[in-house]
Design a binder for this molecule. Sequence first.
Ligand SMILES: Cc1cc2nc3c(=O)[nH]c(=O)nc-3n(C[C@H](O)[C@H](O)[C@H](O)COP(=O)(O)OP(=O)(O)OC[C@H]3O[C@@H](n4cnc5c(N)ncnc54)[C@H](O)[C@@H]3O)c2cc1C
Length: 441
Amino acid sequence: MKTTVSNWSNYPVKDTTLTHWRGESIPADRKNWIARGLGRCYGDAALSDQILSTVKHNHILEFNPESGVICCQSGVSLHNLLEVFVPKGWFLPVTPGTKFITVGGALASDIHGKNHHIAGCFGDHVSSCTLLLADGKRIRCSPTENSEVFNATRGGMGLTGMIDTVTFQLKKIESSYIKQRQIKAQNLNEVLALFDKYKSYTYSMAWIDCLKGGKNFGRSIMMMGEHATLDELTSKQQQTPLISKVGHDINMPINLPGFVLNSLSVKAFNWLYFHKNVKKVIENTVHYDPFFYPLDSILHWNRMYGKKGFVQYQFVLPISNSKEGLVKIMDRIRQKGWGSFLSVLKLFGKQESLISFPMEGYTLALDFPLKKGLFNFLDELDELVLDLGGRIYLTKDARMKADTFMNSYPGSREFLQILKQINPDLTVQSDLAKRLSILPS
Ligand SMILES: Cc1cc2nc3c(=O)[nH]c(=O)nc-3n(C[C@H](O)[C@H](O)[C@H](O)COP(=O)(O)OP(=O)(O)OC[C@H]3O[C@@H](n4cnc5c(N)ncnc54)[C@H](O)[C@@H]3O)c2cc1C
């Protein structure tokens, strides 16, 4: 079907042919195709001349209730997995800030969650996957079988072929609640000290105000959490300890006009958000849904940025340069006055993989509404990130230059070599791959 598609940030928009893929073989003469899950990457990673959508390839194939190992088709969403498995006492080993993504998308982006410093990426919990290569062959790959292809598939943004099925480990839970602790930090120094102090918590992240200067530069709300055990629940919560859904969703029905967002409205929002917690420390037990997915309850919140869309800028810096780098980059953003509503700061643990985004250090994610001069400004930030030894997250990117990618991902050249072997005719192709010269156009 000929149609127009964009991913989560509504930029760029692509005229394309979209076909549903349900597990059938893909002929080797089919050119310029890329897999697409729920389109929750932000930029052009799931865009190409031909898009094969996996959302109807969505069956759970096997589950071992003793070990928690599951095998499912790649189009199953994390949302569906939670609905089925939370009531049985199992949770996702790693989850991003939205549950509306597919298992294939989770592996192709090698997603990280609030527990990266403890649990690594999604790919660390995958024991094997089946993959349809560009030449039409279906292979099984794992850390020990066709391991080169497996390593290039996790974080490889769909460029090794179509992920068909994925086998991975779920995590045992006693309840669907999280024992949460929120602490207000008055500035960047304070929040970094909190990350350090509380690094044994399984889950942590901070909402950070990137527009405030002076002694409150980098003021934040740090959030930490652990899965609550049964005896940590209130008597009301104990009545349904493994419930998978709370509350109602609301919808953003239309794109908001661009003028609604300006530096004044962002500053006002950040002020309100920071002051919503009257106390410096809050401790409570909340359902996992608002803890992990606070924005999912506002369906289509991406429309808040208007028709033109926005870009998300997520970078990571090595731990040794993180503090100095965050000060430099946040200061540039503050001076420009273009910061986003809520920016997210996380601490990554050690990560050794070919092409996945994380490295040990701090990562910051910010939204920027599309406007004149934005890409030049982000190019300047890229230079800072590169000088500091950091890199930009491919699944959030829509505008990075090819050199930036090649020079910041140490595994980029080896990744290209593997793709040359398994995708020599550029059959599998995406707009991101062309833009970053991962595959020539
Ligand atoms: C609100 C929000 C919060 C987020 N928070 C985080 C976060 O905390 N951490 C994080 O890591 N990410 C985060 N993300 C990004 C998101 O997790 C990833 O982009 C994820 O890959 C999206 O999955 P999807 O199913 O929508 O895939 P798509 O967006 O459709 O595709 C993403 C990539 O995966 C490839 N792909 C998808 N399915 C397959 C398949 N079957 N075979 C081969 N390749 C495939 C596509 O080709 C593309 O390259 C967030 C996104 C949003 C919108």
